[in-house]
Design a protein around this ligand. Structure first.
Ligand SMILES: [Zn+2]
Ligand SMILES: [Zn+2]
Ligand SMILES: [Zn+2]
Length: 332
């Protein structure tokens, strides 16, 4: 699908900040700036303010275009999985990429309620996008993710995820690579073994995949889903492993929904090897960060989390794991 991002022109450069702060005004109004104090990049995409906000089904841009109906983002009457450039990109060529991945042409449902074959097909779509975006010189890291629920900022209800191709290696994957160096080998491999030996926090496992609430989970119901065997990325997985990954991810999300008998908001991210030439440095895993701590209370990132970078938890991972395991058993 063509890149339609050019449709959204940026505001004129004559804004007051540019005039009163000439040094800032010399910088482009999109792209990234380096935050010296923390040593990290901050990306600006000011046109994102214009995004469609929680439209109803009749105005959903991710639904197929119905014959005689208004044009949506997807100019076909039916589809299985659709991928296209984000109309409101955080990153775009030649400085990265932002894509939308629509899981189904049905407006309702969720990742967890997709037919198993569709979830499996999605793993192949992820694999393909990782390969294609990762091969680009302007993409150093490919992050596949889903923000589910208004609690984590989703602006469209239609089941979908996103992919960002970062033109730099972001801090979180950088920290994970540092853990490999600190532990003198693959950190996810070592952590997985510890979790399997302990067993109290494992919530689901099959022949190829293990899901657990990590020993030092930051979110009450944070779950990490790891490939049992060392696989740097989706590209290294066999077909059966991709199917079992899909099965595990759906089991976790269905368990989440059963936990409090409500749609369970989460951020889901896929961590893989960076694509800056180090395609082998990583261990494919998926992390879920759900903001709920009870059926109706959210965990907020407040003083300690934001100001010190230290999470303070009010539930123990072992207790959360027991509750989530029971929820998964109810829907399996
Ligand atoms: Zn829709
Ligand atoms: Zn490993
Ligand atoms: Zn990770």
């Amino acid at each position: 699908m063509s890149d339609r991002t050019g449709r959204h022109s940026l505001p004129s450069p004559g804004d007051t900040r540019s005039r009163s702060h000439p040094r800032l005004g010399q910088h482009p109004r999109t792209g990234q700036r380096f935050e010296e104090l923390r040593g990290e990049q901050v990306a600006y995409a000011i046109h994102r303010q214009e995004r469609t906000f929680l439209p109803d089904r009749d105005h959903c841009p991710l639904c197929p275009t119905r014959p005689g109906g208004p044009a949506t983002e997807i100019p076909v009457a039916a589809f299985e999985i659709a991928v296209f450039d984000n109309l409101f990109p955080a990153f775009r060529s030649p400085h990265g990429a932002s894509e939308v991945v629509v899981y189904t042409d049905s407006h309702h449902g969720s990742f967890g309620t997709l037919a198993p074959e569709r979830a499996q097909a999605l793993m192949w779509v992820w694999r393909h996008r990782y390969q294609e975006l990762g091969a680009r010189a302007d993409v150093q890291y490919v992050l596949i993710f889903e923000n589910r629920g208004v609690e984590v900022g989703a602006t469209l209800h239609h089941p979908h995820g996103q992919i960002y191709g970062y033109p730099f290696l972001p801090p979180v994957p950088k920290l994970e690579l540092a853990a490999d160096a600190r532990l003198g080998g693959c950190a996810p491999c070592a952590l997985l073994q510890k979790e399997l030996d302990d067993g109290r926090r494992v919530v689901h496992e099959n022949e190829s995949v293990v899901a657990y609430i990590p020993y030092a989970a930051r979110w009450p119901y944070e779950v990490h889903v790891l490939m049992r065997r060392h696989r740097a990325s989706l590209l290294d997985c066999q077909a059966a492993e991709l199917s079992l990954l899909a099965e595990s991810l759906q089991t976790v999300t269905r368990g989440y929904d059963a936990l409090f008998s409500r749609p369970f908001p989460y951020v889901m991210v896929v961590h893989q090897a960076p694509t800056d030439g180090r395609f082998s440095d990583g261990h494919l895993h998926v992390e879920f960060y759900p903001p709920l701590r009870t059926a109706d209370k959210l965990k907020y990132l407040a003083g300690s989390e934001q100001g010190a970078g230290t999470f303070v938890g009010d539930t123990l991972p072992e207790d959360s794991a027991r509750a989530l395991r029971e929820a998964i058993a109810r829907v399996s």
